[in-house]
Ligand binder design. Sequence first.
Ligand code: SF4
Ligand code: FE
Length: 482
Amino acid sequence: MKTKQEYIESLKARNIRLYIKGERIAPEAVPDHPFIRGHVNCAAMTYELAQDPLHADLMTATSHLTGKQINRFTHIHQSTDDLLKKVRMLRLISQKTGSCYQRCVGLDALNAIYTVSYETDQKYGTDYHERLKKYLLYWQENDLMVVGGMTDPKGDRGLRPSQQEDPDMFVRVVDRNEKGIVLRGAKMHMTGMANSHEMLVMPTMAMGEADKDYAVCCALPVDAPGLIHVFGRQTNDDRKLEGEIDQGNANFGIVGGETLTILENVFVPWERVFLCGEYDFTGLLVERFACYHRQNYGGCKGGVSDIVIGATALMADMSGYAKAAHVRDKLNEMIHMTETLYACSVACSAQGAKTASGAYYVDPLLANVGKHNVTKLIYDIDRLAQDIAGGITATMPSEKDMNSPEIGMYIEKYLKGVASVSAEDRMRVARLIENMTGGVALVESMHGAGSPQAQKVMYAKLANLEHKKECALQIAGVKRKQ
Ligand code: SF4
Ligand code: FE
């Protein structure tokens, strides 16, 4: 397993083509760029904690291929216990970072492709699963950080991929020969791309026969020739070019750090291709990936909300209103919602089941319910945080004002709450709340791992409405007409 330092050093060796605000960043300078550094630190926590014997049970696993101890982020789930440990691991890392450590997406893609490649081979006699197992060995041996690349730009949402005016609106195979395939298109919202080693390309939705060229799944290094990454802007990101306090969470940033990744005629050798043209398996792959990823959210957002609750309670302490009954009541509400999120992730893991490949898969219905709750309850949790923390989170002067020899004493004097706490400490906590409850953090809760409507579509498919009707008919004593 890689150490934190080895992980960071390994990023400098990539020849990645990355742009930030219109400028190309020198590849070796990418991990230390102010816009990227926090995301690197966050992902590095997945390496650092795996080295700590205290967390070995959650952070590491035994490879089913080699029997060696590996980082859990490279593991194929072998039991419901593995699924549960994943959720507990995510809550732990969220509590340490308060942000997104990005590595779950690749893990989820890996498990999804593992199960689907097996089933594809069963039907078509292909050897995708064996190829994936070889790739998995490489992944585990090198303790890689891998992006799960699913979302395409999608162009006109009313049209199928093959009907688009611009055929590149979904990633597709534009050429193939005996050595491999050539891809063109783009992937959007690519969490963790700037600080990963590899990316997995997956289809974004179920493809039909006309969309065969779009039914492709493969792996490639993030610095493969023809890949261009454009780093996305975040709320208040220019604060990263200034001091520390105004960032709120200077060490770990906010959410994942996403890119628009353009694939301009990128070559992928056959040994890294895990689906190519078998369009009837694309829907299954999307569903498996989505459900594995939705499983995470009660662990990930549960841990993030632990920090929001802690910061909110601190703000009440520091401001002198912690004993107010309504504040205590609101904190309890926040705890209730946080544990509700966590409960769904635990439940969908406990009710997981073995797939044909041998890997374990979550209960898809419960995983969707959990993610859907996140799209609502995080807003409620954050609303209460802002309610309790007060308007100061949105109107505070800057760190530079605090350090000004001319006006700094006024900031110290008037930004104070209770006498025992400095204005700076109170401002730090307020900035943390601002960072964690605003802008990009909320949007991520809404759309990360799929927008709410994507979960509702799954209910219709998985909830067996007919069975519910049968139950009701039975109780009501109504006989169905034949
Ligand atoms: Fe992992 Fe997604 Fe949570 Fe980021 S937002 S920590 S990728 S589950
Ligand atoms: Fe996400």
